[in-house]
Design a protein. Sequence first.
Length: 488
Amino acid sequence: MYLNYLANVGRYIPELLLVVLMVGLILIEATYSNDEKNKKYIFIATCIGLVATLAALIANFSAKGEAIFSNSMIIDPFSTVMKMIMVIGTFGAFYLSSFSKDIYESLKTEFIILAVGVLIGGMILASANNMLMIYLGIETLSILSYVMASLKKNDERSSEAGLKYALYGGVSSGIALFGLSHMFGVLGTIQFAGMAEMITKLDKAQIMILMPSFILFFVGIGYKIASVPFHMWAPDVYEGSPTPVTTFFAVVPKLAGISALVRVTMIFFTVQSPLRVGWIGLMMVMAALTMTVGNVSAINQKSVKRMLAYSSISHAGIMMAGLVLINQIGVRAVVFYGITYVFMTLVAFYITSIVQDKYGNDHFDRFQGLAYRYPFMAVMMTVTMFSLIGLPPLAGFVAKWNIINALLSSRYYSLAIILVLNSAVSAFYYLKIVRLMTLKTQESNETIEGFGFLNQLVVVALTAPVFVLGIFWESVMGLAEGAKIFIK
């Protein structure tokens, strides 16, 4: 048994590297004085740790799926790809925090330590193969996130964001735990494979008792991905949190929740499952509501961060639409969407953060005339907005088309139409930024310090995949096709 556990450790190297990184950062933080002269070691250690983790994940991708630690965790191509996306998102948020003025200089190290902890929770969630690990992943991810949201302790909005996040999170976690405990009471096991097998043997009365338990379980996951009606925390938390934290929340917790939802859907609601029809109906309704509420609510926002919060809600709805198919085609479409989503989100928040640092707020009006002062950055922001709408030949178009095509091939015509209509609605608020940047006169000729050569180069590097994934999408689609879920 002990030898088996030691052998399993070899497949768990990425998570162990992150644990070592987190502990190492805490030790480094404790060694330097307040004059910050040694903070370069924090930057170097974080870069090395995240790059090593990404390399370990790449090495894991080609290996076959395997259940480890007494079948409590699954290491398979799907979880590996989702973890890679989360690591890239964490790296992006970390670099943004290094120059952002929205985080106190003395707390930047704490931010990356907490971010690595949340990333560990997200990776646990992506590989969880029983209900206990699902709950541990949610709580590891959530508790540290509450602290991150209130990182600006002297800012009332940040304190309010942390409090709202904690209150909503505590209630949703409690509801999800009640649902999980009820499942265990009915099925007698917490292992996914065992639970799925037991479900096929239940009679109609037991099925009726079990169905509400899955709805309660969905509350916990729906809260993490900001699905309607569990989305009410997202706009306030995204707006009140420091921008690097908001950027991080828009990528890592959301994709971790999507990963868990994909795995649960593919295991429990196969063709043989008597719960399949009910779950498909639930996913269709939730996906349609999440897309619609997110897009409609974003229209009249004055804060770009708040608009992007509602935008992220709508994108969660689009990814949920891919789950309705409950097959590998849907999984492939969701994985590809996740890959494109991370780059579009990082570019949008990078430029917004730099503008906010200059003017002290992120109102739409602050983008007026940006094309005349920093034309290259305005072009990058425009490309990102077009991609978020879903215009060809950009990555957002291919990502949305994959999900729409999958829905049409499975005859989910109504959901496909709702997705298309919502994309048209989203054009209104995305193009608002483009209009202000290009058609309005500039407010001032002041230099925006954040748009230095290095930061502009980083923004261009993050925007490049938006072009590449839209044009050379077939090779990346092959990667998404290979992200298969291992079930045991």
